[in-house]
Design a protein around this ligand. Structure first.
Ligand code: PRP
Ligand code: URA
Length: 212
């Protein structure tokens, strides 16, 4: 498969194996949640690979050295509720100093349009790198609406982390936000008539929290 511009598919064997386990319908909620948290560490490693560094002088037990540290203001992780929280905890394990924002959105089941019910993001967001988290990019209506709100709040350097994307969602998101790169573990075949990703893994929020 040719990867479209601005999208990185993480083909690491650990990611692919864990994703395959998550897709299986018999995978229990508890296992699904652990797998998503494990994959989030690996996606975080990839999506933070271009964070800026600055050299500082430190003392090791033996001598001085100049060594790199993360530069600039702290990273912001923004979870699209609910399922974005499944990626958040693992990412915070890797970047514990990150600030956290939340965007509450659900898809209207008839129109598939995103309906916002909550929005809270950290201050000085324009000076910070922002990573938006949602495991599923289906029609991309949710991610497009979330990123519009986050840009309106002042964010300028945004990337999008997801687990599974549909080709339709990738195309819509890239059209709406060509400046926002996507990192995902897979691009599946298509959407069904209800906007679900095929073959997919079902409803990520329900599988994560056992609500169906
Ligand atoms: C799911 C998922 C995304 C959205 C993706 O959330 O977590 O946010 O659907 O679909 P889209 O790309 O077509 O917008 P859902 O609306 O089911 O809400 P929930 O997380 O509260 O269950
Ligand atoms: N949201 C999900 O959780 N799963 C899909 O397949 C599509 C949207």
């Amino acid at each position: 498969m040719t990867t479209p511009e601005g999208i990185t598919v993480v083909r690491h064997p650990l990611v692919q194996h864990k994703l395959s386990l998550m897709r299986r319908k018999e995978t229990a909620t508890s296992k699904f949640r652990v797998l998503l948290r494990e994959i989030s560490l690996l996606l975080c490693y990839e999506i933070t690979s271009d964070l800026a560094l600055e050299d500082r002088v430190i003392e090791t037990p033996l001598e001085s050295m100049t060594t790199p540290f993360l530069a600039g203001k702290k990273l912001v992780l923004i979870s699209i509720l609910r399922a974005g929280n499944g990626l958040l905890e693992g990412m915070l394990d890797l970047v514990p100093s990150a600030r956290v924002g939340h965007v509450g959105l659900y898809r209207d089941p008839e129109t598939l349009e995103a309906v916002e019910y909550y929005f809270k993001v950290p201050d000085e967001i324009g000076d910070r790198p922002v990573i938006v988290l949602d495991p599923m990019l289906a029609t991309a209506n949710s991610a497009i609406a979330a990123v519009e709100r986050i840009k309106a709040a002042g964010a300028r350097k945004i990337s999008m982390a997801c687990l599974l994307a549909a080709p339709e969602g990738v195309s819509a998101f890239r059209t709406a936000h060509p400046d926002v790169p996507i990192v995902t573990a897979a691009i599946d075949d298509r959407l069904n008539d209800h906007g679900y990703i095929l073959p997919g893994l079902g409803d990520a929020g329900d599988r994560l929290y056992g609500t169906r």
